[in-house]
Design a protein around this ligand. Sequence first.
Ligand code: PLP
Length: 378
Amino acid sequence: MAITARAAELRSAGEDVIGLAAGEPDFETPEHIKAAATAAIADGETRYTPVDGTSALKRAIARKLDRDQGLRYADAEILVSSGAKHSIFNLVCALVNRGDEVVIPAPYWVSYPDMVRLLDGVPVVVPASQSQGFKITPEQLERALTPRSRLVILNSPGNPSGAVYSADELDALGRVLERHPHVVVLTDDIYEHIVWPPGGFHNILELRPGLSGRTVVVNGVSKGYAMTGWRIGYAAGPAPVIAAMRKVQSQSTSNPCSVSQAAAVAALDGDQECIEPMRRAFQERHDFVVARLNAIAGLHCLPSGGTFYAFPNAEGAIAAMQCKDDTALAERLLDAAGVALVPGSAFGMPGHLRLSYACGMDALADAMNRMERLLGAA
Ligand code: PLP
């Protein structure tokens, strides 16, 4: 947030700043989805809906989870929220009491630990370094679980690393979780569609269906359909957990936007081909950015399996530039090169940088040239 604010300040002062900090696709929402929203407005779908979402959208979500994951859900097992973030927050509110532990692999999406802290829970951060592909091992998971563990958060493809767990890796984590029946599992699948190769996505329930009685699947339309501003996400899981989440939502925000819900039906039920050009563009940019980053002195970037983020190790560059840490390097890149990106410490992994490649190739090439001019060629 600090970097984004500083970048905005520099821009308003007339500086030429390339923003690689954003967490949203740069594409327009597909036309058929916009048209469904326009039609919903014309048809008067402008009132409160049921707190947990329209039955039309719940049915579309159930069809999607059956089609793509082979998972079956009844309406009482689905909650529609104002974004996946909202569903996750409802889940944390419903589950976590003072002192409850929540296992969070790092690097993590920034909101997970802070949501847990808001509820007086204890984030138990499990570091998954670059040398292990930013993925936790079954042994690490086993060691992190205690009688106080309430929830384990899995996120694949992951923000900020782009790491994607294979079916075998998820199976192994699932076997550990099966030995700890008091623990609820959250699988945050929001980047499901942004993977390479296509079809490379799995979630833990596909592998270990025995966990379905205590696993909550969270997903949404924000990333895959370029619909971040519409604010529609959802959770699917055991009816008692979903009922508790619905209660939290009922007394805080009520239903998500009626018009956005109609648009989300069109996204989930409509032609899924609209995803592919965006997915392909992200993959091309990934290949370009990873190659360019690895040609810059002091940066080392693993190829990822999805998302629109690169997460290079920058320890060499931090030392060479005599910066105190990754935040100081990010500030230097902003001030001296006009490139805005996010320090890894925000995601629980200092010594790294997160670059979003949700921008055009020209801007990306320009940003890579600027970084290379400042840091030098490898
Ligand atoms: N989960 C992860 C890992 C994310 O990166 C994000 C957005 O950045 C979200 C959830 C939230 O998605 P939404 O826009 O649907 O609230």
